[in-house]
Design a protein around this ligand. Sequence first.
Ligand SMILES: *Cc1c(COP(=O)(O)O)cnc(C)c1O
Length: 406
Amino acid sequence: MVRNEDYGIDWSWHDAHGFSRMVNVAGTMTAVGGSVTSRAVADATAAAMTRFVKIHELQTRAATVIGDLTGAEAGFVTASASAGITLAIAGCLTGLDPAGVEALPTDPGPAPGVAVQMGHLCEYGAPVVQAITLAGARPHVFGQSTLTRDYQLDAALDGASAALYVVSHHVVDYGMMPLETFTRICHAKGVPVIVDAASEYDLTGMIAKGADLVIYSGHKFMGGPTSGIVAGRKDLVRAAYMHNIGIGRGMKIGKESLCGAIAAMEQWKTRDHAAIRAAETRTLDMWAMAVEGLPGITARALPDPTANPLERLRIWIDREQAGASAAQFSVLFGQLDPPIAVRGHEAEKGYIDLDPCNLIEGQAEMVRDALPLVLGQAGTAAQVEDATALSDIRNGGTQSYLDWLG
Ligand SMILES: *Cc1c(COP(=O)(O)O)cnc(C)c1O
């Protein structure tokens, strides 16, 4: 048994409120609260709670900090990256026109299209296409899931007010149009490019490659409270922000999260990225050693698929030799006390990944000790049917909503 007392982890908050303890090596997942913030970010959030402040002033400060980080002319903060996509599109549809703002989503204006390549229509917890249609825009989907050609984008821009480009490990990773080509073709037709870079570390590259608006999550690598960052051309940022008096009302960010997001962005500039990376590398080495020599198990640190500066430990599980499948073992990790959420969404390919980015003190060691224990319990893991475990990975998110209060 992995004994909780051995790691000095403070579970008092969870225990006092009766919430499940949780070790997250799956990544920044909304279902477990995004990320964990630093004390400074938490304090900045709390400090705003007991005061009134002009939201426009906070957003002006955010605009400066966002400009500083991204090289963009301006920016603002909203409820989430998903909200940021919808507001960015809304801004491109209407410009700085209050009547146009109030007309959405029913009347998206004379050019309601948003060009997007089919291989970018991913699911990030919700369908990206819905972030487009929420604004009243019409997706002009071009190309096929595995290949897009330049002329297809050119044609899709007719009747379009914006084009959306998604940078993510969720999208098809070959046959897609590079961002530089995408912006060149769009700009030739005067159509602005919106980049969804919600989960990317690269804060300057998209603007540098010609993006007109870029969206980041505040609660992923940035380590802020739940929030979305919109950066880009000043005219479009102002237009997108204006939708707070329209469809963006339900996507608004409060003073507390605004202050937390600003603190997280400021912290990003001074954060010792090299030291954090080194600590993550040590954690991965420690985990790899813990599974070395286990039958049917091979582990190796792999770079992030979109070249974010981090590695994850991939653990390949040979079902015959290990006695159970990757999906079956990932279920077993989730049944520990505390549950360890592993990155199992590609388990059908025979591996799970461990993400070192969101660990609280003591948790890396707990995971190290849990690894050989769980992977040594093939008999227990095999009690869950493999097909059921795989089906749960695909359908579990939806099922959890069907079950909630059910
Ligand atoms: C996470 C993610 C989103 C959604 O981000 P939220 O801030 O949680 O709304 C959108 N797009 C991509 C590519 C993502 O990874």
